[in-house]
Design a protein around this ligand. Structure first.
Ligand code: NG6
Ligand code: CA
Length: 515
């Protein structure tokens, strides 16, 4: 095992306030399980109506944060923040297409390189969505750079999302089951001649009716996606098997590395669209495929916990369970999620306002559980915590370094429940290129006079409004009381602090493009 280097950079980072304590370091296994679009109200431990026994098992054995935040209300920026410790809006990170080049610089440390340097074996499983290669990739050869070049010893991933081409798995940079006789081509600009799409061949789709916004391009496994792909018949994934495939890979990595410290970034694909859980879960939730997909993810977490117990790794493994952004019911596929939620009064964001794409709480306040048996006392913490701070906090646990320019702060004492009063002072959140500022119990959302207040066709309030908004999210999580007029002094202070923190004019950053 390599010895952690705790001098040079560590000293610098201490000066920058993200210090590494000069005490003996511990090396528990660390597993970050990050679901895709799972809402605050989708977990029964958070008061959700759908019973999620395994998410709850984790919550009951660990510390459940009531105010845990993703950095962004969409995937790529949120994941960028978690892995790099840098705010995604500094680099204009937005939702990436499936043929995007890797957006994380290979010469900068990531949470994975940090663990590697501390002697960990590292791996990324599941949803990636941070780009692969350098652009114009040849999908039939090794795609590089990718997870391996930013600190993951092993990776088994999908390139982007389960609704975006290429619909194939990648293992350590190669398409799994690629076939030189049937090469893969991918385009986000135009279709390949003669290939059916959801638009031209809706009768070929196994989910009817056809998607009601977007997702009308190439058809894979009877489901039309975003973007065009051709070839690679043997490599194409089968959505119904995806959970088992990722779980199999995750479990194999754990078994193979049980005698040394491991760091695993386990990115579940549920309940992002298209929601196509295994037949075992079909009809089980009463909420349609979205609820069934959540039950599938819940079972996947249960299998992970069972494996850790069986391998006697449960006591020596710190697990973080969270979601990349808030929930959405209708994200393009007409799968009845919206109708069934209305009928059953099911609220995927719980009591929070907004959801995915939103600067309201529902966009970024997500389930956030830290479990480490014997080390983290079970309970609840209301101190705000951010996925952005996992890098610096976990570095301080294992003796790793944090780049001085990172926004990640060390709040290990909060994550381990030793401090239940004070965490990060302030935090900037992002939603499709727009920013909002939180400090203490307050959230400031700058005015966006020209932008629509509802996100695309999802019917989600995205927080855009003609006037500045100020909410006390502790007293008023449903954000019904805009305090901008009643607390003008507080508003002024928050606006100034927002400008200081972001160094940005109060204007939308959103650049319109197809992604
Ligand atoms: C949007 C897609 C949505 C989803 C999202 C990314 C349309 C109309 N909507 O552009 O379905 O894929 O991107 O979700 O195409 S995320 O969770 O990965 O950020
Ligand atoms: Ca997501």
């Amino acid at each position: 095992m390599k010895k952690p280097r705790v001098f040079t950079l560590a000293t610098l980072s201490m000066l920058a306030g993200v210090g590494v304590p000069a005490v003996a370091q511990e090396k528990p296994n660390v597993i970050v399980v990050i679901a895709d679009d799972l809402g605050y109200g989708d977990v029964s431990a958070y008061g959700g109506a759908l019973k999620t026994p395994n998410f709850d098992r984790l919550a009951n054995s660990g510390l459940r944060f009531t105010r845990g935040y993703a950095a962004s209300a969409t995937s790529s920026p949120s994941r960028y923040a978690l892995l790099t410790g840098v705010y995604p809006w500094r680099k204009n990170v937005n939702i990436l297409p499936g043929d995007s080049p890797l957006i994380i610089p290979t010469d900068k440390p990531t949470i994975a390189t940090m663990f590697q340097k501390c002697g960990y074996r590292t791996c990324a499983i599941g949803k990636w969505h941070l780009g692969l290669g350098r652009g114009n990739s040849n999908w039939n050869r090794k795609i590089s750079p990718g997870p391996q070049e930013i600190g993951f010893d092993h990776s088994f991933i999908m390139a982007a999302t389960n609704d975006r081409v290429p619909c194939v798995y990648f293992s350590d940079g190669y398409v799994v089951n690629r076939d030189p006789a049937d090469p893969i081509s991918v385009s986000y600009r135009k279709n390949f001649p003669g290939e059916p799409t959801g638009k031209t061949h809706p009768h070929l789709l196994k989910q009817q009716p056809a998607p009601n916004h977007g997702h009308a391009d190439s058809i894979v496994n009877g489901i039309s996606r975003i973007g065009f792909m051709k070839g690679g018949e043997k490599a194409r994934w089968v959505d119904e098997e995806m959970a088992a495939v990722f779980a199999g890979e995750a479990h194999a990595f754990i078994r193979a590395n049980k005698n040394r410290p491991l760091f695993m970034y386990y990115a579940l694909h549920q309940p992002h669209v298209p929601r196509v859980p295994n037949a075992k879960f079909a009809g089980k939730s009463g909420l349609g495929p979205r609820g069934d997909a959540i039950l599938e993810a819940d079972a996947q977490v249960g299998e992970l916990l069972d494996l850790l117990e069986a391998e006697k790794l449960d006591k020596n493994t710190l697990i973080v369970f969270t979601s990349d952004n808030g929930p959405v019911l209708n994200d393009g596929y007409a799968d009845l999620a919206e109708e069934l939620a209305a009928e059953k009064n099911y609220r995927p964001s719980g009591a929070l306002r907004g959801g995915k794409y939103s600067l309201f709480e529902g966009g970024t306040r997500v389930p956030f559980i830290v479990s480490w048996q014997g080390r983290v006392a079970p309970g609840v913490s209301d101190v705000p915590v951010a996925q952005l701070d996992l890098f610096a906090s976990l570095a301080s646990l294992v003796g790793g370094n944090v780049p001085v320019e990172a926004d990640s702060e060390n709040h290990l004492d909060v994550l381990l429940g030793k401090n239940k009063t004070q965490g990060r002072k302030n935090f900037v959140v992002e939603a499709t290129g727009r920013l909002a500022y939180r400090e203490g119990d307050f959230l400031y959302i700058p005015a966006r006079p020209k932008l629509p207040s509802v996100a695309w066709l999802t019917k989600i309030e995205n927080g855009n409004a003609k006037q500045d908004a100020l909410y006390n999210v502790a007293d008023d999580p449903a954000q019904q009381k805009n305090l901008a007029e009643t607390l003008p002094e507080k508003l002024r202070q928050m606006r100034d602090a927002y400008l200081d923190a972001t160094d940005m004019p109060v204007q939308p950053l959103f650049r319109s493009r197809k992604f």
